[in-house]
Design a protein around this ligand. Structure first.
Ligand SMILES: Nc1ncnc2c1ncn2[C@@H]1O[C@H](COP(=O)(O)OP(=O)(O)O)[C@@H](O)[C@H]1O
Ligand SMILES: [Mg+2]
Length: 431
């Protein structure tokens, strides 16, 4: 049954007044329903979800036709397949799928998609004179899906008028859904861009620090080596009184501290291309955990693991990644109290889905139940020399070195401290 011909509304010369009245009433009713359909869009705002739009659509469609089953198939952006997204009632998904498969097989499906027109047909699945209405969800540019309706009304009783109203409503629904997709894609792209921008700023900051420190560390290390050489000579050749001895020891200790810092800086700037091989991340994490557990850990931290066995291998430098783990572990150790826990998990994650930046990563989370990081320190945590610790041995280089190592792997590292209840450090390494 095609709707090319609006048969119902051909004005015919009819002398009977009652006939004319009937026609007028039916016309008024039709206009009423059209107005109702026009208001469909007003009920939806940008925060409405696809589920909400679907519910409103169902409410609306019931004003025009009795429905047994109604299903929404949306085109998947990547595979271009029609995917059953919603069904009413919810437990009728299988019937809807079977019906569509049959309609595809007999070419009815491509008929309505190509012509962007609705069709009323016999149901394959739903017997007893029940009919199926297929309504393409099309906008001017594209078809975003199709609506499948199963109704107890038999084919020849579905009027042109009804079909026209259903088509109008479906068009409105298509428009609203298309707007929703456009808005949400834009939002996703915007968020991905914002993240990428932050990452570029951080990378640029680290790169310039790297350039600066590469030169400076070399310049400082030379005189420093001369100083510590002479200190050694002095302590061998001279006999000092206890006070002078004490002072000399302090000088020694502090030069060693400077050396350690400079050494860290030199490593930070010398990282651009570490040698990598294919690594099984779970094996590496497992090894790290068992080694750490067997080593005496000061605070008796309870370590646990949650490793996804399905993750693929990645390219990485074992030594450097183990170094990152121990930087993170040492921070967790500093942050937790006596009943400290650290959980390490691995999983695969697609970041920035639906945008040009979309890519698969292995994500490794270090989650501790320590003191957390204050909101204002989150962005500073990766800065070289940033530390909130008083201890002499803390240089504030752990996270910045970890950052440099992960960057050199083409990855990313982030900290989160939700409500200051512990810290999650997430490492992302590209698959
Ligand atoms: N797991 C954590 N829990 C709480 N604070 C952390 C954690 N990891 C890092 N931080 C904060 O980030 C700062 C920088 O860490 P880092 O670069 O390793 O330097 P350091 O450990 O020498 O202070 C720490 O001083 C601390 O304030
Ligand atoms: Mg540290």
């Amino acid at each position: 049954l095609s709707i090319d011909e609006p048969r119902e509304f051909k004005i015919q010369n009819n002398n009977s007044e009652t006939e004319s009245m009937k026609r007028q009433i039916s016309l008024l009713d039709f206009i009423d329903k059209m107005e109702q359909i026009n208001q469909f869009q007003d009920k939806i705002d940008i925060s409405s979800t696809i589920s909400r739009i679907w519910e409103l659509f169902l409410d609306e469609i019931r004003n025009f036709i009795i429905i047994d089953i109604c299903a929404l198939f949306l085109v998947n952006e990547h595979s271009y397949e029609f995917v059953l997204t919603k069904s009413h009632p919810r437990n009728k998904k299988e019937i809807c799928k079977r019906e569509i498969e049959n309609q595809i097989e007999c070419d009815m499906f491509s008929w309505i998609i190509n012509r962007r027109k609705p069709a009323v047909i016999h149901s394959f699945v739903y017997k007893d004179k029940k009919s199926v209405i297929m309504l393409p969800l099309s906008t001017v540019k594209r078809t975003i899906g199709v609506i499948l309706l199963m109704t107890p009304i038999s084919e020849h009783l579905i009027t042109q008028e009804n079909l026209r109203l259903l088509t109008m409503l479906t068009k409105q629904c298509a428009l609203v859904m298309e707007n929703w997709f456009l808005y949400h894609n834009l939002k996703k792209k915007h968020e991905a861009l914002e993240k990428a921008k932050d990452q570029i700023i951080q990378t640029e900051k680290m790169a310039s620090i790297g350039r600066l420190t590469a030169g400076a560390s070399h310049e400082i290390l030379n005189p420093l080596n001369i100083i510590s050489g002479h200190i050694q000579l002095l302590s061998i050749k001279q006999k000092f009184n206890p006070d002078a001895e004490k002072s000399l020891n302090i000088v020694k200790l502090q030069t060693d501290r400077i050396k350690k810092i400079i050494d860290g800086l030199a490593r930070f700037s010398k990282l651009p291309n570490p040698g990598k091989k294919m690594l099984n991340m779970n094996a590496l994490v497992g090894r790290y955990i068992s080694e750490t557990k067997s080593a005496k850990n000061k605070k008796k931290i309870l370590m646990s693991e949650d490793l996804d066995s399905q993750i693929p291998k990645i390219w990485g430098n074992e030594k450097l990644l183990l170094q990152v783990f121990s930087f993170l572990m040492s921070n967790a150790e500093d942050a937790v109290s006596e009943k400290g826990t650290v959980a390490i998990s691995t999983r695969k994650e697609t970041r920035y889905p639906g945008t040009e930046l979309e890519r698969s990563y292995i994500r490794i989370d270090f989650t501790d139940n320590g003191c957390g990081i204050a909101k204002e320190n989150i962005t500073k945590a990766f800065d070289p020399f940033f530390t909130t610790k008083r201890s002499e041995s803390k240089t504030g280089l752990g996270l910045s070195l970890s950052y440099a190592i992960i960057q050199a792997h083409g990855g990313d590292i982030q900290v989160q401290s939700p409500g200051n209840k512990g810290t999650v450090v997430s490492i992302y390494l590209p698959v």
